[in-house]
Design a protein around this ligand. Structure first.
Ligand SMILES: [Fe+2]
Ligand SMILES: [Fe+2]
Length: 283
C-alpha cells in the first residue's frame, strides 16, 4: 500500500508559477491599480494572449477590438482574470497532455461550468469561487496520473469497464483517494482554506459528514458533488455517458432544493455554456 503523502513528494509538483502567484496576489488586493496588474500579466506572453482572446470573445461584436491587456482587465474584471490565471496555472501541472489528460481537463471545465450555473441557482455562493472549485476539484487525479501513469491508466480502465466511479476503485489500486491527495496539493499551493476543504471533501459519504464545515463551504461541496454527477452522467470528460452509475445527485438536489423540472432546464443550460467555455479555455 502506498501513502498519499509519499506520492505527492515523489511526483515533483510544480510550484505555482511566479507570474500566476503575483497576479493572484494583485487580484485579491482591492487597492491594486490596473497598471500593476497589466504589468504582471504581460510578463507571461501566453497568459497575455489568453486574456486578450477571452476578452475579445466575451465582447465579440463590440465596435472595436480589445487589443491591450489593460482594456481587457477593464472589460472582463478582476474575477475573470483570476480565473484565467488559475486555469492557465493548473494546466501547467499536467506533465504530458495526451488523450487521458485531455479528458481530465474537459471534466474540470465541465464541472466548473456546471458549478457556476448551480451556484447562481442556489444563491448565497460566489459563482466565481464555484468556477474555480470546479476547475480544481479533481486535481488529485492529475497528481496520481503524473506520479504513476500506468497505475492511473489501469484505474481509468476499471472505471470504464466496470461502470464504477474513480472514488469506488482508487483505494484498492492506489491505497488512497484523489480527494485526499488533491487536498494536500491544494494546501501546498496555498489555496484558500475553503478551496482546500472542497477539494478534500467533494466525495463525502453523507451530508452529515460535512457538518464541521462553514455553511457556505458545505453548500459549495454539495454544488461540486452535483456538478460532478451531472458531468459524469453526460460523459463530460469521459469516453461516453455513464448514466447508470450510483452517484449522489438525488441527495444533492434534495439538499439544494432543485426540482426535476428545474434540473432538466439546468442541464440544457449547461450543454450550451459548456461548448462556449471549452473553446475559451483552449490554448
Ligand atoms: Fe472527484
Ligand atoms: Fe470529478
Amino acid at each position: 500500500m502506498q501513502n498519499a503523502e509519499l506520492i505527492l513528494k515523489s511526483c515533483e509538483i510544480p510550484a505555482v508559477p511566479m507570474v500566476a502567484m503575483k497576479v493572484l496576489r494583485l487580484v485579491n488586493d482591492p487597492n491594486t491599480e490596473i497598471d500593476a496588474l497589466q504589468e504582471a500579466i504581460m510578463a507571461d506572453q501566453s497568459l497575455s494572449a489568453r486574456v486578450l482572446r477571452v476578452a475579445n470573445s466575451v465582447f465579440y461584436g463590440s465596435r472595436r477590438n480589445i487589443d491591450t491587456v489593460s482594456d481587457a482587465i477593464v472589460m472582463t474584471g478582476f474575477q475573470t482574470i483570476k480565473n484565467l490565471v488559475l486555469a492557465a496555472a493548473t494546466k501547467d501541472v499536467y506533465k504530458k497532455f495526451g488523450l487521458l489528460e485531455q479528458k481530465l481537463w474537459e471534466h474540470s471545465i465541465g464541472v466548473s461550468v456546471a458549478a457556476s450555473i448551480l451556484a447562481r441557482e442556489v444563491g448565497g455562493l460566489s459563482a466565481e469561487e464555484a468556477t474555480v472549485a470546479g476547475l480544481l476539484h479533481d486535481v488529485g487525479k492529475v497528481v496520481m496520473n503524473n506520479s504513476q501513469p500506468e497505475r492511473f491508466a489501469l484505474l481509468t480502465e476499471m472505471v470504464y469497464n466496470e461502470h464504477v466511479t474513480f472514488a469506488q476503485r482508487e483505494k484498492e489500486v492506489f491505497g488512497f483517494g484523489h480527494a485526499e491527495v488533491g487536498g494536500m496539493f491544494a494546501q501546498r499551493w496555498d489555496f484558500s482554506e475553503g478551496l482546500c476543504d472542497v477539494i478534500r471533501r467533494h466525495h463525502f459519504e453523507s451530508y452529515d459528514d460535512l457538518l464541521d464545515l462553514e455553511p457556505s463551504a458545505r453548500t459549495l461541496c454539495t454544488v461540486i458533488a452535483l456538478a460532478d454527477a451531472l458531468c459524469v452522467r453526460l460523459g463530460v470528460g469521459y469516453r461516453g455517458p455513464m448514466a447508470d452509475l450510483v452517484l449522489k445527485d438525488a441527495e444533492c438536489r434534495d439538499i439544494l432544493k432543485i426540482s426535476d423540472d428545474r434540473y432538466a432546464e439546468i442541464i440544457e443550460e449547461f450543454k450550451l455554456a459548456y461548448v462556449t467555455e471549452k473553446s475559451s479555455y483552449q490554448t
